[in-house]
Design a protein around this ligand. Structure first.
Ligand code: TEU
Ligand code: CA
Length: 558
């Protein structure tokens, strides 16, 4: 107990401010809107809010292209409003973790404007510039958002690297001056009293020496830059330096978004001696349902099989126990809605399956993250069509996979986007069944999911059996029962393709967590001791070995 850190017992609520609550009727959520709902987050019981980027940005990638790290985007408010929000959160005992996006900046950042102006600029080496090789790109790296990761800049006749959009040039972490500038900027936020950082693609900041070509999937001319760039030679050195220069200056919570990171890497990034980060967002479990044709990457519409999912989640549970710390998430602003992907958004199963997925995740070891709307069972947005999407990843995929490379047709991609696209998670928060679900009086920046007449916060709060109150109970149990934080995980029946059952083993008690992953009844016998009590369930009564559709139940016993 004594060795447990506050962030190991905490539950995080992620807010995507653009889609949370608009208070000045411009169709865009804002900081005042976040402040307005602090009591809602408090009621849910979460301890920490992670805010997606709120800084100045031309919004090529919705705020992940930052043009001034020490500012608030006027769309969201101003610094005084931010300070007010932070104080309001702290008054309620809520912490705020900020998004730190320092693998790249916006091409509109003053640093890049200067950098691109001349080879002699003292900001030239803040970014990654290379001469053309035989008249083309320096290597075959592809951008995460399709196409080459290099952009030729006429002004100085060199290419700059952008692992994401063209408007997101990569910063050059090899340059100690750049690192010092970033430490200063981070310390400025630390001094404001924020409670931590979520670090965007932090696993990509150290590029491999020599910039070797990546291995491309068959049928694709570009190398997979994720594998080529992730976990570069100096990433741990940089993070240890960050620990020393910034993170040790306060009691911070840190989570590194870490694409391309496996168990062995994670054990170092999130090592329990505290020398780097507290935990990482790893991507393995959300990449299991990618397209078997690598050239199509994530774009697909088939579910992962349950044994495969179990194998992966279990591996992380076993391997990090005692050595590092897990983050637990089903969805975020980059992933489709959890209930649509892992449960069922059919009206008759939506509530029960959202609770099942929540049970499965919230009884694992790690720090759970809830993405806004997940707690009321918001679903994917099937009513959005090509004219409605905003996400650069979706739009570029169409441009590249359909129009340029003809790897896939428009209708198939649309089907995949409805299953996997990021805009599924970004449609505005559904507060009530009124105009635009109470999000805005104006036209929302992204089309609403059209199911807000039934799925909304007001309805959830009025129904004691709602997904909301189930999450509230899960969070409360985590706060009350140390075994949920510290117990050792044990998977049962790895090959069972319908039911996911596991144990948490403590010093003098155990939990048995049983989840029917299907919309059919299943019969399963488990060894349940006499003194077992049902701690939580998404059905009102216990029918023993009969598991009803998407039934989840947790037994506690000594
Ligand atoms: O995401 C990093 C990342 O790896 C994503 O590109 C991910 O692969 C993709 O969204 C899955 O479909 C972070 C941010 O969370 C994301 O919103 C940004 O677009 C990206 O970095 C660039 O900053
Ligand atoms: Ca607004």
């Amino acid at each position: 107990e004594e060795n447990i850190k506050w962030w190991q017992k905490a539950v995080v609520y992620q807010i995507y401010p653009r889609s949370f609550q608009d208070t000045n009727n411009d169709g865009i959520g804002d900081l005042k809107g976040v402040e307005q709902h602090l009591d809602y987050v408090k009621k849910l019981g979460a301890d920490v809010i992670w805010l997606n980027p709120v800084y100045n940005s031309p919004n090529k990638d919705n705020g992940y292209d930052i043009s001034d790290y020490q500012s608030i985007n006027p769309e969201f408010g101003d610094m005084a409003q931010f300070d007010h929000l932070l104080a309001g959160a702290h008054d309620r005992g809520l912490k705020i973790v900020m998004d730190l996006v320092v693998n790249h900046s916006s091409d509109q950042h003053q640093w890049f404007i200067e950098s691109r102006s001349s080879k002699d600029s003292d900001k030239r080496d803040f970014y990654i510039w290379r001469d053309p090789v035989d008249g083309h790109e320096p290597n075959n790296w592809g951008s995460f958002f399709s196409g080459s990761a290099w952009k030729f800049d006429e002004a100085t006749g060199q290419y700059y690297l952008h692992l994401f959009a063209e408007g997101q040039p990569d910063l050059n972490w090899e340059n100690p001056k750049l690192r010092d500038t970033i430490w200063d900027m981070m310390n400025w936020w630390v001094d404001k009293g924020i409670d931590g950082f979520r670090m965007d693609v932090i696993s990509l900041i150290s590029k491999p020496d020599g910039y070797p070509d990546g291995k491309g999937p068959e049928g694709d001319v570009y190398g997979n830059s994720n594998h080529a760039v992730a976990n570069g030679p100096r990433v741990h050195q940089y993070l240890q330096e960050m620990r020393d220069k910034v993170l040790n200056n306060a009691d911070m919570m840190t989570v590194g978004e870490a694409s391309g990171v496996d168990i062995e890497n994670a054990k170092q990034y999130a090592i329990s001696d505290g020398s780097e980060l507290n935990m990482v967002f790893q991507f393995e479990h959300v990449e299991l349902d990618g397209n078997p044709n690598d050239a199509l990457g994530k774009w697909y519409d088939q579910r992962v099989s349950l044994p495969k999912l179990k194998e992966n989640l279990s591996k992380w549970q076993y391997e990090l126990d005692g050595k590092a710390w897990n983050s637990l998430y089903w969805n975020n602003h980059d992933q489709p809605r959890a209930v649509s992907r892992y449960g069922s958004d059919k009206p008759e199963f939506r509530v029960v399956s959202a609770k099942m997925a929540a049970t499965l995740l919230h009884f694992m070891q790690g720090t759970p993250y809830i993405y806004q709307g997940e707690e009321i069972g918001m679903t994917n947005a099937y009513n959005l069509g090509w004219d409605d999407f905003n996400d650069i990843e979706i739009l570029n995929a169409r441009e590249y996979l359909v129009n340029k490379e003809h790897l896939i047709d428009d209708d198939t991609l649309l089907r995949y986007v409805h299953y996997k696209g990021r805009d599924n998670a970004r449609t505005p928060m559904q507060w009530n069944d009124g105009k635009n679900a109470g999000f805005t009086d104006a036209t929302p920046w992204l089309k609403m999911n059209n199911n807000f007449d039934t799925i909304n916060v007001e309805a959830a709060l009025a129904d004691e059996d709602s997904v909301f109150y189930y999450y509230q109970k899960l969070i409360q149990l985590r706060h009350e029962l140390p075994i949920i934080t510290t117990g050792h995980y044990e998977l049962l029946d790895p090959e069972d393709a319908e039911v996911y059952a596991y144990k948490r083993v403590g010093d003098d008690e155990e939990l048995l967590v049983i989840n029917n992953f299907t919309e059919n009844e299943q019969i399963r016998e488990y060894d349940v001791p006499e003194n077992a009590e049902v701690l939580i369930s998404n059905y009102k009564d216990d029918q023993g070995s009969t598991l009803r559709p998407f039934e989840a139940k947790v037994y506690r016993y000594t």
